[in-house]
Design a binder for this molecule. Structure first.
Ligand SMILES: *Cc1c(COP(=O)(O)O)cnc(C)c1O
Length: 418
């Protein structure tokens, strides 16, 4: 089927959830995707931060082929070879103690929310005073299931599905005074957790401030509430450290991973301290597919490749270079309001949503994949294999587009994902 036939069929057959861009990709190699016409695209989005090792990586291919010949699924009623191996790697790199495997980001976040409730319940049973409410951040994003939506502030994600889970309050981003006031409102011990994305992704690539993150840690310590760090977009090396919270030297009680963990084989994980984990006993939580042998084998290959090829250093270096080049562009073009990010998680805020839409559409026409998030922000989440020459290609294309009259190019629809 060609693109037009597929578009017509999908329009009729699929739930109308996505405004896809009109491109049909059939294969990929390294940092490039190839469309059905044989054209190669430089991919600076990697499937929304998923394909960290790009396309056709031999370590990923080998893990998929070898594991799929052996066994793909056993259920969590039995042991398999790779769960412990992967959990050991994840606990080593995170500084946390225990892992629960899921199939997606939102499921990892749901596990974190349930753990926070169970942990508070355990504290209450021990005679401590702690409530059941969650404190989350404005412009945060935690996924599409009911608990995730309830902790996501943006109205467009919540409003159609009301009533969402009650007992969630929102703090203005990086506003320490608001954080302290909300956390100590009511009885002063109402909250079982504070929810933070150390670098907000869908919200427009906003790193949380050191002061704010430290204040959240201290507030949690003062009552026994858990500090939940959602690293589904920022985690596993993208920012130049395994976890973005490591840039701050702040240890959360719980973190969540997903997007890049198994390079596109669906997988997520919730990691926590031993103290938090004590609240969970057999039967309280679970999943049928989560942590299956195939996903675990691939995740092990991804982590070992990041280590072997020292991609943390690479992401920091190429990310710093990319950010510096974007800042030079900002100095030349007034329409760029701000350049933000950490490592290979970068955002360029423009002075208009319409412009951001046209720029991302024109980049696609030049066969460079980026997207727009939070209306006005161009987002870059490239594979960890990105080299300086690819950055140069992207910068010169952006320079041309900003310099030109920005005419033509029909808007491609809001590409904001979530
Ligand atoms: C993508 C994302 C999610 C949701 O992950 P899904 O796999 O789409 O459910 C949650 N939190 C953050 C920070 C994300 O970027």
């Amino acid at each position: 089927m060609n693109l037009e036939t597929i578009q017509a069929a999908e329009n009729k057959l699929l739930l109308n959830t996505y405004q896809r861009n009109p491109y049909l990709f059939v294969s990929g190699q390294g940092v490039h995707l190839r469309d059905a016409n044989g054209h190669d695209f430089l991919d600076l989005l990697s499937g929304i931060g998923v394909c960290a090792l790009g396309y056709g990586h031999p370590a990923v291919e080998r893990a998929i082929v070898e594991q799929s010949k052996k066994i793909i699924h056993t259920s969590n009623l039995f042991f398999h070879e790779h769960t412990a191996e992967l959990a050991l790697r994840l606990t080593e790199i995170s500084g946390l103690d225990r892992v629960f495997f899921t199939n997606s980001g939102t499921e990892a976040w749901e596990a974190a929310l349930k753990l926070a409730r169970a942990h508070a319940g355990k504290l209450r049973a021990e005679g401590r005073t702690i409530g059941t409410k969650f404190l989350a951040l404005e412009h945060g994003f935690h996924g599409r299931t009911m608990g995730s939506v309830a902790t996501t502030a943006k109205e467009k994600y919540r409003e159609p599905f009301q009533p969402v889970m009650p007992g969630v309050e929102f703090v203005a981003f990086n506003d320490v005074a608001d954080l302290r006031a909300k956390f100590s409102s009511g009885s002063g011990t109402d909250f079982c957790a504070i929810c933070i994305e150390p670098v907000q992704g869908e919200g427009g690539i906003h790193p949380v401030s050191q002061e704010f993150f430290a204040a959240a840690r201290a507030l949690c310590d003062s009552t026994g509430a858990l500090l939940l760090a959602d690293e589904i977009q920022s985690g596993l090396g993208r920012t130049g450290k395994w976890f973005a919270y490591q840039h701050y030297n702040i240890q959360p009680d719980v973190t969540t991973l997903a997007k890049p963990v198994a390079n596109g084989i669906p997988m997520g994980a919730m990691l926590c301290t031993n103290a938090a984990a004590e609240a969970i006993t057999p039967g309280m939580h679970g999943t049928t597919f989560g942590g299956n042998p195939l996903a675990c084998a691939v995740a092990i290959a991804v982590i070992d490749t990041i280590k072997r090829e020292d991609l943390l250093t690479h992401n920091r270096e190429v990310g710093d270079f990319f950010q510096a080049e974007l800042k030079k562009l900002a100095a030349r073009h007034d329409c760029i309001v701000e350049v933000r990010g950490l490592g290979l998680m970068l955002g360029v805020e423009l002075n208009s949503a319409d412009l951001a839409q046209r720029v991302s559409a024109q980049m696609m026409e030049r066969r460079i994949i980026i997207n727009r998030t939070s209306e006005t922000v161009l987002r870059f989440l490239p594979p960890f294999l990105l080299e300086r020459q690819h950055v140069d290609t992207a910068i010169s294309a952006l320079d041309d587009i900003f310099s030109a009259a920005l005419a033509g190019a029909a808007p491609a629809g809001d590409q904001t994902h979530g």
